[in-house]
Design a protein around this ligand. Structure first.
Ligand SMILES: [Zn+2]
Length: 404
């Protein structure tokens, strides 16, 4: 004879009652009471929970307005050491034809290739994309750190910006090399600070030539903490130990941001687009304070909708208030499959559009099996048309001085 409780359990009506059950014969093999008392450990990387939430699912195939993706990497340096690019030469990650196919489907008017290099390699990148497909591609230049040891580097670097401008670069990109990798002897010695005065002529040249500076400093703030069980990006750091800036001689996130702010303050005629939501998307209050302080600062949202979308109420207020200073951007990298949060494909753009244009709840921020930048999901912020238009297109067009 089984009692009512045992009968219900056997029918699967009572869940989690395994510890109280006496008659195991009523259980299916997968419902062993023993395993519920002493759960089998599950490797974190194997855990792929499927949400049982039944909520509205939108699909936004095309952006509501033409899009300028302000932050992409169509080409990258062919040689770097200890995080410092040593050659201007480029490796191209995608052909214009394959990029244009996705762009046309997703209503992407233009892609800005931030990592265009310098010298002849820059000129080659501009003629390969920008000149070949006018209005669809724009290229930025980068500093030539390999010349950093030259005694007249400050002047040489400013001249290199002028040359890049003549060659068709629309702006300057700063990777986190500055502040986290570039050292006095380029790849060795003490770290060079972001506000090192040797770069002042370069920032000024950008201002004089109306070339915005797209500046990436720092990284997610969790990358500066120990990779331990308290770290919200444990899996990501565990997969990429070289992304950790914990310990050694690395400055803190706060020090990096303070140094960047001194540069922005010292060069009020230069426009700075602080990438990845001012490199502090975990703290939009901090980003807002800096936007208030510096009229020559704006932000892009590249690779940070995972952060923005987990604080949708704060994010929506941030977009409402700074709608003239936020640029659409993804960090898209053609064939960058190992980083699903920035792989250039249709799916990636649809996720960004869904975040910006809908009220959808609890969806993946990256086209990946498990969330690659932390185990959470995001919520849409349903921006009004006027803001969308600015963020998708107009703010970037104004900064790049292109007519749309
Ligand atoms: Zn990037």
């Amino acid at each position: 004879m089984i009692n009512r409780r045992q009968w219900l359990y056997g029918m699967g009506v009572i869940a989690g009652a395994g510890t109280q059950i006496g008659n195991t014969a009523a259980l299916s093999p997968t419902e062993s009471p023993k395993s519920e008392t002493h759960p089998t450990p599950l490797e974190l990387s194997l855990y792929e929970p499927k949400s049982m939430l039944q909520v509205h699912q939108s699909r936004v195939e095309r952006a509501k307005f033409p899009v300028i993706d302000f932050h992409t990497h169509i080409s990258v340096s062919t040689k770097s050491k200890n995080g410092v690019e040593l050659l201007p030469d480029r490796q191209y990650l995608g052909t214009a034809q394959e990029l244009l196919a996705v762009m046309d489907r997703k209503n992407i008017q233009a892609m800005v290739n931030l990592t265009g290099g310098y010298d002849k390699a820059l000129a080659a990148a501009v003629s390969k994309y920008d000149r070949q497909y006018p209005g669809r591609f724009y290229t930025f230049t980068e500093p030539s750190y390999s010349r950093f040891k030259a005694p007249d580097y400050p002047r040489l670097q400013a001249q290199a910006i002028e040359q890049a401008h003549r060659d068709g670069a629309l702006g300057l990109k700063i990777l986190k090399t500055l502040g986290l990798y570039l050292r006095e002897n380029i790849t060795s010695g003490t770290l060079v600070k972001i506000d090192d005065p040797r770069f002042d002529p370069m920032w000024d040249a950008c201002g004089q030539l109306n070339m915005p500076v797209a500046i990436h400093i720092s990284d997610p703030v969790a990358f500066f903490n120990a990779t331990d069980r308290f770290n919200e990006r444990y899996e990501e750091l565990n997969n990429h130990p070289d992304w950790s800036f914990h310990g050694k001689d690395f400055p803190s996130n706060a020090e990096l941001i303070a140094a960047r702010n001194r540069v922005i303050e010292r060069h009020p005629k230069t426009q700075f687009v602080t990438l990845h939501v001012g490199n502090f998307s975990e703290n939009l209050q901090n980003v807002a304070e800096n936007l208030e302080r510096f009229p020559n600062m704006s932000v892009d949202i590249a690779a940070r909708i995972g952060e923005l979308g987990r604080q949708p109420i704060t994010s929506r207020k941030f977009f409402d208030k700074y709608q003239d200073r936020i640029l659409f951007a993804t960090d898209a990298t053609p064939h960058g499959d190992e980083f699903p949060q920035q792989v250039f494909n249709d799916q990636l753009y649809e996720i960004y559009y869904r975040f910006l244009e809908t009220n959808d709840e609890y969806f993946d921020y990256a086209p990946a099996k498990t969330p690659p930048q932390g185990r959470w999901r995001i919520y849409g912020i349903n921006l009004p048309d006027e803001t969308l238009h600015k963020v998708y297109q107009q703010n970037a067009a104004r900064l790049l001085r292109i007519s749309v």
